[in-house]
Ligand binder design. Structure first.
Ligand SMILES: Nc1nc2c(ncn2[C@@H]2O[C@H](COP(=O)(O)OP(=O)(O)OP(=O)(O)O)[C@@H](O)[C@H]2O)c(=O)[nH]1
Ligand SMILES: [Mg+2]
Length: 319
């Protein structure tokens, strides 16, 4: 199951305490202060990774922390800094700070983004020695590390999104256009999570089918629509056997718009699928009806090589 959302707590390491001690050895019975400084707490960084499954790490692990700094020691021994933690998130993940509501996106694999900073280590008593105070006992405590509550939401990065009612042939289309092997079945809701495929460097996303009321949570709801927010083109699949093409078309359009009005502005093509199941005459009649809804309408059968190569060409050039 593709994990595309997670709520986590990220905590940086606490600074190590400074030490309070005085030099004592066989030669020195009452030496000066020699308490070393504590190390800084480790930071937590986020980095992008080309792995859409990377959020699955947070199914059980809800708290990410970096190591605390080590406390200072006698003989001016410095505590070492706590180790940093680097967390890898899929490119396209939106990170929202739940306290400030600020959001940013993980865009690439190069940047190492500081999320929470470790606390500063405390100074040892040696650092508090002065002309007037030769024997300070005081040593600083290490400061706490920053902590944030974050919401991670992955929005898949795809160029083309396949949408439509359940059973309209979306996954079948993905499997013939690309090398992806999504599950295909002659029943609704075969697809339970998004699938991605690549057609000569164009990424195509196949999402679970939508039904009337999806925006109110019916069927699998509209939570997968976030994965087509970034696409440039929507391929709206409608089973050519539909008894009421305009109605089936509108059901899906309505849910899209209810989710986000911006989806209304995307380039859309209608694909009347399973064209092999009707006579040529019936196919042409249906195509006429579809063209009234959207002039960019085509017919398609996964068993028809000619239609398949025209569609391939169209999708490659539409980008
Ligand atoms: N005859 C014929 N059958 C097709 C064609 N395309 C898909 N099918 C069949 O239609 C049924 C549904 O196909 P899927 O690709 O699983 O449909 P889907 O839109 O992904 O369905 P959900 O994941 O449930 O939303 C399967 O039985 C397919 O074999 C086609 O071009 N011709
Ligand atoms: Mg499917």
């Amino acid at each position: 199951m593709l994990i595309d959302e997670a709520k986590i707590i990220v905590k940086a390491g606490k600074g190590g305490n400074g030490a309070s001690s005085f030099k004592r050895n066989a030669q020195t019975a009452k030496g000066g202060p020699d308490g070393g400084n504590g190390g800084n707490g480790g930071n937590v960084y986020f980095c992008g990774i080309n792995d859409i499954t990377a959020l699955s790490e947070f199914t059980y692990k809800k708290k990410i922390s970096a190591e605390d700094g080590i406390k200072g020691g006698k003989q001016n021994l410095y505590g070492r800094n706590g180790k940093d933690t680097v967390v890898f998130l899929p490119i396209g993940t939106f990170v929202t700070d739940l306290d400030t509501n600020k959001t940013f996106e993980i865009l690439n694999t190069q940047d190492k983004i500081l999320i929470v900073k470790g606390g500063k280590g405390g100074r040892g008593n040696n650092e508090f020695k002065s002309a007037t105070q030769q024997t300070p006992y005081y040593a600083e405590k290490g400061l706490p590390g920053e902590e944030k509550k974050l919401l991670l939401v992955l929005k898949l990065i795809a160029d083309i999104g396949l949408i439509g009612l359940p059973n309209s042939g979306k996954s079948s289309l993905l499997s013939v256009l690309t090398r992806a092997h999504p599950k295909i079945g002659d029943y609704p809701f075969t697809t339970l999570e998004p699938n991605l495929g690549v057609l000569s460097s164009i990424v195509i996303a196949d999402i679970p089918g939508l039904i009337e009321g999806a925006s109110d949570g019916k069927g699998l709801g509209i939570k997968f629509l976030k994965h087509i927010e970034k696409t440039k083109v929507l391929v709206h699949c409608i089973d050519i056997q539909s008894q009421d093409l305009p109605k089936d078309y509108e059901i899906v359009r309505k849910e899209l718009i209810q989710y986000d009005n911006k989806l209304n502005e995307k380039t859309e093509i209608i694909l009347l699928t399973k064209s092999d199941l009707l006579s040529k005459k019936e196919v042409n009649q249906k195509l006429k009806v579809a063209k009234k809804l959207n002039y960019n309408s085509f017919t398609m059968s996964i068993y028809n090589d000619k239609e398949l190569s025209s569609l391939t060409e169209l999708l490659i050039n539409i980008k």
